[in-house]
Design a binder for this molecule. Structure first.
Ligand SMILES: C[S@@+](CC[C@H](N)C(=O)[O-])C[C@H]1O[C@@H](n2cnc3c(N)ncnc32)[C@H](O)[C@@H]1O
Length: 235
């Protein structure tokens, strides 16, 4: 199940034309490269268009929380370390970020965390069984501030319908952004998806992320919400 992450992200051009990311040619350190080569078999899962057996992946039946776009993985690995009774699945396309997160996972000796290096929309749509997630975390998604790029924002009605389908009844969609116009867009899209109950619930406390700290240095306020998926079956 765990093959090399090489060429994973973006390896399926043409399947979806509008993506929520651009593959940056980020600088990768020697340690991150080593992590991608040596730690991937332990922590990595290849993208496959068949539904994953989460029991087989983690070797137990436990609630599973997925984080989309975990960046350098500082928050994701801290959450996994703080909550050993829950399994975590991190999905990210940025190679140096995945390398960094692998190093942290090794340092913390995490048995409850796996990574997938691929477009999270395809992972959700094709690799995650329906009603399999206790939570879906989306922290500081790319805001795509220019109007002509708004269609690249990951939060869209289709995405929200997909999230609702993959969350178990009562599961939590937790989202944060420091871009006020994106916050308004997310509120409106969630309000249009009846699978999410209103009003929102208090978001779980979490450590701050790298992007969040950067936004704070720029004077941005952080907007954060958590919505519970209703217990009615997904439509
Ligand atoms: C603005 S950064 C935030 C990173 C991190 N959550 C933080 O707060 O520091 C957004 C991240 O989402 C990732 N991303 C965007 N769209 C994605 C997708 N469809 N699948 C996987 N990762 C994605 C990007 O590569 C990027 O690392």
């Amino acid at each position: 199940m765990s093959t090399s992450p090489e060429n994973e992200a973006g390896a399926h051009p043409g399947q979806r034309s509008i993506r929520s990311y651009t593959l940056r040619a980020g600088r990768i350190t020697v340690a991150q490269r080593r992590a991608l080569d040596e730690l991937w078999p332990r922590f990595g899962l290849a993208f496959t268009p068949q539904p994953l057996d989460l029991y087989q992946v983690f070797g137990r039946a436990a609630p599973c929380v997925m984080e989309i776009g975990f960046g350098d993985g500082e928050l994701l690995t801290a959450m996994a370390a703080a909550d050993p009774a829950t399994d975590f699945l991190g999905v990210e396309v940025h190679e140096p970020g995945v390398g960094h997160a692998l190093l942290l996972a090794e340092r913390l000796g995490l048995g409850n965390l796996r990574f997938i290096r691929h477009d999270a929309v395809e992972v959700l749509g094709q690799q995650l069984p329906d009603a399999s997630l206790a939570g879906l975390n989306l922290f500081f998604p790319d805001p795509w501030p220019k109007k002509r790029h708004h269609k690249r924002r990951i939060v869209q009605p289709d995405f929200l319908r997909l999230v609702a389908r993959k969350l178990a009844p009562g599961g939590i969609f937790h989202v944060a952004t420091d871009w006020a116009p994106y916050a308004g867009h997310i509120e409106a899209v969630v309000a249009g998806e009846p699978a999410f109950m209103q009003p929102p619930v208090p978001p779980a406390l979490r450590p701050r992320t790298r992007f969040e700290r950067r936004g704070e240095r720029l004077g941005h306020d952080v907007w954060e919400r958590a919505w519970r998926r209703s217990t009615r079956p997904a439509g």
